[in-house]
Design a protein around this ligand. Structure first.
Ligand SMILES: Cc1cc2nc3c(=O)[nH]c(=O)nc-3n(C[C@H](O)[C@H](O)[C@H](O)COP(=O)(O)OP(=O)(O)OC[C@H]3O[C@@H](n4cnc5c(N)ncnc54)[C@H](O)[C@@H]3O)c2cc1C
Length: 447
């Protein structure tokens, strides 16, 4: 990060808005701003919306935040806190494709498709098929790797601005394997990670045991991602950004956004509690963005890929860093308030009742790897991942609706990529460009 870029982001705010958390009967809009600075409405106060809002506020724009719910109450509230450099592959592989018919029939596997979601799933998989092509896959991998490698520093910058640095840790992360066969199968991925500058080493059984003494022995070995990290309280991290914005006078409107229309001098948002005016709008509403984009005439093939966590406040064992168990599709991350087990993929209607047995099942699994883990006072949670079929998030501006920008579809890595996403949105509004080509993230790829 160049010192000039750092100075620009940390520069004091250039203007001040006055109303914070307005009543909807009292909606105000910022006065027209001069020069490059614009009135920007950010829809969604999850980790993506908050990172975007903070970045744009630091750039000098007149930001307003809107969410139908309280900040950080969606998918971002309970993620596993893994700041990963490993997730650079599209979700569909030939192996997974072969397993799909069986998954459709399974009730309790790590990846399940509920029967009521079968049609949506079929359409989503059809959209994912082109990623099996090696050229397409390579472009996705290259883009995700570039984003992931820049992600930690961008997030750290937002943490500095919002006084949340102590919540970020960069001690690496581990993938641990029980079977040598499964570990060897991943050797192909190792070559791709290394070719894309991800700092990763293969660990044998002794090295793994030395790095994480709580793991049972013998495991087959694993991978150590040197530059991955963790956030030890993801909800608090987002709330620090929200409080920083509130203290800077950025208004927060609690309202559902239903539509965006162009008016003579900008854009008008129709919300459940009245209209709002702006020069630009950024849609960062997670899974909810799909519906908004459709209403605006666009295409956003989002799947509702629900995931669960089980929070263990008194785990009785300690890990030093996030440890993922790819054979069982879950991860254990040390948090400030205990050990969090996160994972599983349940493709189903987003508002179907949660099946918390999926969260509790992770306790039995983790005890196979971390003997003696205690489930006392364990608390389950469920969140809806906004997942796109090619594994890339989308960041851009709607061609048919100039001035309407979007940043959503971060699937399994929204926390990790929130800072770099904010940097891309900043570039779309005249800020400096991030050091990689983010044009592949445009929604046009689905048209
Ligand atoms: C179990 C689990 C573990 C995970 N682990 C990790 C991890 O370790 N590392 C990682 O990087 N990522 C992880 N993720 C993924 C990450 O949590 C998501 O990618 C991220 O939270 C998405 O953030 P978001 O801001 O886009 O969505 P959300 O947090 O869902 O925020 C969207 C907001 O938009 C609002 N909204 C929606 N529609 C409207 C509307 N019409 N009007 C107004 N407001 C609206 C919602 O109320 C919500 O507050 C995990 C996810 C799950 C489920």
């Amino acid at each position: 990060m160049s010192s000039s870029k750092r100075r620009r982001i940390l520069a004091p705010r250039l203007f001040s808005l006055t109303c914070v958390r307005t009543e909807m009967s009292d909606l105000k809009v910022a006065d027209k701003l001069s020069g490059q600075r614009q009135r920007v409405l950010v829809v969604g106060a999850g980790i993506i919306g908050l990172a975007v809002a903070l970045r744009l506020q630091q750039d000098g724009h007149g930001v307003t935040l809107v969410d139908r719910d309280e900040p950080m109450s969606g998918c971002s509230a309970g993620n596993a806190g893994h700041l990963t450099e490993a997730n650079i592959f599209p979700p569909l592989s030939l192996e997974l494709l072969m397993q799909l018919p069986r998954l459709l029939l399974m009730r309790d596997g790590p990846v399940v498709v509920r029967p009521s979601y079968a049609l949506q799933m079929a359409a989503w998989v059809r959209r994912a098929l082109p990623t099996l092509n090696s050229d397409t896959k390579e472009q996705i991998v290259t883009t995700l790797a570039a984003m992931s490698l820049a992600a930690y520093e961008e997030l750290k910058l937002l943490a500095q601005i919002s006084g949340a640095e102590e919540l970020l840790h960069r001690d690496g992360a581990i993938y641990a394997f029980r079977s040598l066969e499964a570990l060897d199968k991943k050797a192909a991925a190792l070559a791709v990670w290394q070719a894309n500058d991800v700092k990763v080493d293969r660990l044998d059984a002794d090295e793994l045991a030395e790095m994480e003494p709580a793991l049972c022995r013998p495991l087959a070995g694993g991978f150590f991602f040197r530059n991955s990290g963790r956030c030890s309280d993801p909800k608090e991290f987002g709330m620090r950004m929200f409080r920083k914005l509130a203290n800077a006078g950025v208004p927060f409107h609690k309202a559902r956004v239903d539509d965006v229309q162009r008016t003579g001098d900008g854009l008008r948002l129709t919300t459940s509690s009245g209209d709002l005016q702006a020069d630009k709008v950024v849609l960062c509403a997670g899974y909810g963005t799909g519906e908004l984009i459709r209403r605006l005439g666009g295409t956003a093939p989002l799947a509702s890929e629900r995931g669960y966590h089980l929070m263990l406040p008194q785990p009785s064992i300690a890990l030093r860093r996030p440890v993922a168990f790819p054979e069982h599709y879950f991860i254990a991350t040390p948090m400030d308030n205990g050990l969090r087990l996160g994972g599983t993929a349940e493709f189903c209607q987003p508002d179907a009742p949660p099946d918390y047995r999926r969260a509790h099942a992770m306790l039995g699994l983790v005890q196979q790897y971390l003997p003696g883990t205690s489930g006392t006072d364990a608390e389950p949670w469920m969140g809806v991942r906004p997942s796109l079929p090619d594994g890339l998030p989308t960041i851009g501006e709607l061609t048919k609706r100039p001035g309407v920008l979007y940043a959503f579809g971060h699937g399994h890595t929204g926390l990790t990529l929130s800072g770099i996403t904010a940097s891309c949105v900043s570039a779309l509004l005249g800020g400096s460009a991030p050091g990689f080509d983010f044009s592949p993230l445009d929604l046009k790829r689905f048209e």
